[in-house]
Design a protein around this ligand. Structure first.
Ligand code: PLP
Length: 424
């Protein structure tokens, strides 16, 4: 994996924020925008596109600048609720929590991750692919960016105990942040997550409660617990401060990359990463960069929401990528697709797990099936297909993959998944 330059950026070094807006005029498919902009002909059209500028595909066989937050509601009533409410503009905060009374601001818990080129992914995708290595974050995934930011904010406001519902990586990030902040935490984990996250959470000192089969059920329990005085719920994906924390990833990219990418590939579970990436793109003025949003079939609530033009609740989560398993995405995720060009791609579980194995062999890094979804988009020729359909430009500037990582995987588990899916 050749490294791309040095990654010297700090988390709080955003360029002046940009006005959120759609990068294309209503009705424009946008196919030629990027090429025209490279030639310096076209400027991105910012403004009020409320048309369907999102593109869907079911794959396989089947500072101080204002940041707009979601117009639709979300469970924002806990930590940070003095900062924003649905539909408001919130002041973009520096990434470090700002304590009252002139104390030194706390450093964020995430690290500035490297950006590396993957020769194998570049070969498979037919376009240079860079990876933002979020798998090396201290909690094993990008989640520490947003969750750490939210926990710091809640601690500063007097939180006495955190409560988080998570099938894995958000809980690990919250437990990591709680340990750093010397505050207790209860993490409610659905039974579908299996024993690995429970053990890891306990190792971080968290109290773990297994409740319900899928995340939505665990989340109801966490909300009950959070009614206790002084306890603060840490939503795994649906909170403006979580998105703000995740946005630091794009600000770092602005420092690492010579030019904006041709596309950004992300996994979508509840949509927090997507919302953070969109916030970051808007902050650095890259809001015309297309986003490829990858999900697995059986956890494809974002895809269904895009198709319907409204939030859709899946009857069940049937994918092995349990970390992508939110039956309903955040309302903000759907809004993001109205503000930026978002191309939805749904892969089969088999493709995601095959991609995890392929990536392990190619790059010697083991990631979760949740991260296998965006990898599968690149390994499976979907990028070239999007280009041949005119939905992405040809040639394409280097593509940026958010290698979201994930701690809930080990080799025995990968073998078990392969057996379960008939891949061995
Ligand atoms: C490894 C990994 N990738 C991607 C996601 C999806 O993130 P989000 O729920 O913010 O869409 C998750 C969610 O937990 C995850 O753990």
């Amino acid at each position: 994996m050749p490294a791309l330059g040095t990654s010297q950026g700090t988390a709080g070094n955003a360029s002046p924020g940009d006005r959120p807006g759609c990068a294309r005029a209503p009705g424009d498919t946008g196919a030629g925008d990027t090429a025209r902009m490279q030639e310096g002909v076209a400027q991105p059209v910012l403004g009020s596109c409320r048309e369907s500028c999102c593109i869907l595909e079911m794959g396989g066989d089947t500072g101080d600048s204002p940041v707009l937050v979601g117009a639709a509601g979300g469970p924002w009533g806990a930590a940070g609720d003095s900062t924003a409410s649905p539909g408001q503009s919130i002041p973009r905060q520096a990434m470090a929590a700002r304590p009252a009374g002139g104390q030194k601001p706390q450093k964020p818990f995430h690290i500035v991750t490297p950006v590396l080129e993957s020769l194998s992914l570049s070969k498979a995708a037919g376009t240079k692919v860079f990876m933002k290595m979020e798998n090396v974050q201290p909690s094993g995934s990008f989640k520490i960016r947003g969750i750490g930011h939210l926990c710091q904010d809640a601690a500063r406001k007097g939180c006495r105990r955190f409560v988080c519902s998570s099938g894995g990586n958000a809980g690990l990030a919250a437990a990591f942040a709680a340990r750093e902040l010397a505050l207790p935490i209860t993490v409610v984990v659905p039974s579908s997550s299996g024993p690995t996250p429970v053990r890891k959470l306990q190792e971080l000192g968290a109290t773990v409660e297994v409740y319900g089969k899928v995340w939505d059920e665990a989340n109801s329990r966490a909300q009950e617990l959070a009614k206790t005085e002084g306890w603060v719920i840490i939503p795994p994906f649906d909170h403006p401060l979580v998105w703000e924390g995740h946005a630091s990833l794009v600000r770092e990219l602005k420092d690492s990359l010579e030019d904006k990418p041709g596309a950004i590939v992300v996994a979508v579970g509840g949509g927090g990463l997507l919302a953070g990436v969109v916030a970051g793109l808007q902050q650095v003025g890259w809001q015309d960069v297309p986003i490829i949003a990858a999900e697995t079939l059986g956890a494809h609530s974002f895809h269904e929401a895009l198709k319907a033009g409204r939030l859709v609740t899946l009857p069940d989560i049937t994918s092995v990528a349990t970390c992508l398993g939110a039956k309903t995405v955040a309302a903000r995720a759907l809004e993001c697709a109205r503000e930026c060009q978002v191309i939805s791609q749904v892969v089969q579980d088999e493709e995601a797990v095959r991609a995890v194995q392929q990536f392990l062999d190619d790059e010697r890094a083991l990631v979760e099936p949740a991260c296998g979804a965006p990898l599968a988009v690149l390994y499976s020729g979907r990028l070239q297909r999007l280009q041949s359909e005119g939905r992405l430009p040809s040639p394409l500037r280097p593509v940026l993959l958010v290698l979201c990582g994930g701690s809930n995987i080990h080799t025995a588990q990968l073998r078990a998944l392969q057996s379960q899916l008939g891949l061995r």
